[in-house]
Ligand binder design. Sequence first.
Ligand code: ARG
Length: 268
Amino acid sequence: MKKKSFIFGLIAVLLLALVGCGKSAEETSSTNGEAKKKVVVGTDAAFAPFEYMDKGEIVGFDVDFLDAVMKEAGIDYELKNIGWDPLFAAVQGKEVDLAISGITINDERKQTYDFSTPYFESTHMILAKEDNSIKNALDLKGKVIGVQNGTTGQEAVEKIVGANSKNIKKFENTAVAIMELVNGGVEVVVTDNVVATEYIKNNPDQKLKAIEDTKNFESEFYGLMFPKGSELKPEIDKAIKKVIESGKYEEIYKKWFGKEPNVDNLLK
Ligand code: ARG
């Protein structure tokens, strides 16, 4: 009788230990001792220098910035490359807890998502071959234009040439759109200014130029994107401010862009 209950006890302890092991793989304990789920962050890693794949790893300005923010907030997280269009569905459906992907904060998106406080100021630029005669955004009319589908770049182009223009070619990601430009499938690509200028800097042999037009292209701000009502937003906003104020932001900015950031517009 005694032996039997001992064996039962042993089995129970072993089972509990097993269940415990399974849990610790997906849950990590927070400082106050209670179990916390690992936060899942989604991205579209084809948008250098913000997020792109390098030797099988997701790297970029956003990746370093996210890491600094999550460390500051004390949040354990995992970054997943899931692509641009799926990213919006994944945040809405709460398959991921948030997204970082050079995502512009705008009124239309704000109806469906919550955004963090802004962390980067951007505008659009036109990428073209060096010998293209295009001077400004109004010259986009009549040109075959490449954009990444569902981006503010697409919107900016539609404003100028009309939403129904057959000359707008929409690509799944920005890297493919730029490849099309290099291969002659489109005459220009409209994308975020830093993506355009960094691409030219890193690919001098491809003889491309970037055209700025601050009159016809508006200034935008990037934010982290959450499902509506996310409980993470307040602590992440706090951490973002801290990262910007502490000089950590400046350090990351300098690493990726080789110059000092102007953070005044971010701290307003
Ligand atoms: N800033 C633009 C937007 O929000 C383009 C962002 C594209 N980002 C990316 N990882 N593909 O629409």
